[in-house]
Design a protein around this ligand. Structure first.
Ligand SMILES: [Zn+2]
Length: 248
């Protein structure tokens, strides 16, 4: 039996038939469901026995099949999920991201391991505060947090905590990286962020990640993949799929 829970913040319509069916109920965020069939529309049963259809994009399935992600598709595979860290290198708030951002977090987790530091996640998916229009998609104001392609973090080691002000003081550009076999805590953090910015595009994830410490104004707790800048159409398609109620 497949189970899932709804992920639409503003509620999800339960219908008596796919797409054009009558609305039977509005399901609250986090409603537990038994999935009876799985298409674009899921046939589901609620805990109180109502049977109907909901849009698959707003249900996080407990047992997920691997989804092949073809390059070039737009929002087709947008699906908000919770990332479950494989190690204790990632701690903090639940990580709510787009499934297409999952490989980035996996890669970050490997990098944390490599540099022997840990990450405390303070924020991931965020709800837009106001409606947005396709006509005025402004990358500067449209956060990658809205589509689950950004995280805010602190970094830490056994001995030190790197919060916003501490991260802000790091110069990660410096290419005279210490070659010491036992780098200091700060140097390990610096090398990690250096890899995030300068090694990500040539790595297996082939994604140019951005560190907010390079933004103006600086936002040193922020990491994203710049989708709002690099692929505005894809960004907007995802935004519309995740937050239809905000998109004009
Ligand atoms: Zn952020």
């Amino acid at each position: 039996m497949k189970r899932g829970q709804t992920t639409a913040r503003a509620g999800l319509c339960l219908r008596d038939a796919p797409k054009v069916g009558n609305i039977i109920d509005a399901l609250k965020y986090g409603t537990q469901l038994e999935v009876l069939s799985q298409e674009t529309w899921l046939k589901v049963k609620t805990e109180n026995g109502q049977i109907g259809y909901v849009l698959a994009d707003y249900v996080e399935l407990s047992e997920l099949k691997a989804v092949a992600i073809e390059p070039g598709n737009t929002a087709q595979h947008t699906q908000i999920m919770t990332y479950h860290p494989k190690t204790s290198r990632i701690q903090g708030q639940p990580i709510r991201i787009d499934r297409q951002f999952e490989h980035v977090i996996e890669w970050l987790e490997e990098k944390l391991q490599q540099h022997d530091i840990s990450m405390w996640v303070t924020s991931s998916l965020r709800e837009p505060g106001k409606a947005v229009s396709a006509a005025v998609v402004n990358p500067a104001t449209l956060s990658n947090h809205f589509i689950g392609h950004a995280i805010d973090i602190n970094l830490f080691t056994e001995n030190q905590w790197f919060n916003s002000s501490k991260l802000n003081r790091l110069n990660i550009k410096d290419d005279s990286l210490q070659t010491s076999l036992t780098p200091s805590d700060e140097e390990r953090v610096r090398r990690f962020l250096h890899d995030v910015v300068y090694a990500s595009s040539a790595s297996k994830i082939q994604t140019t990640l951005r560190w907010g410490g390079n933004f103006s104004p600086s936002d040193p707790v922020h990491i994203d993949d710049g989708l709002n800048i690099w692929d505005n159409a894809k960004y907007y398609a995802k935004l519309r799929q995740i937050w239809p109620e905000y998109v004009l």
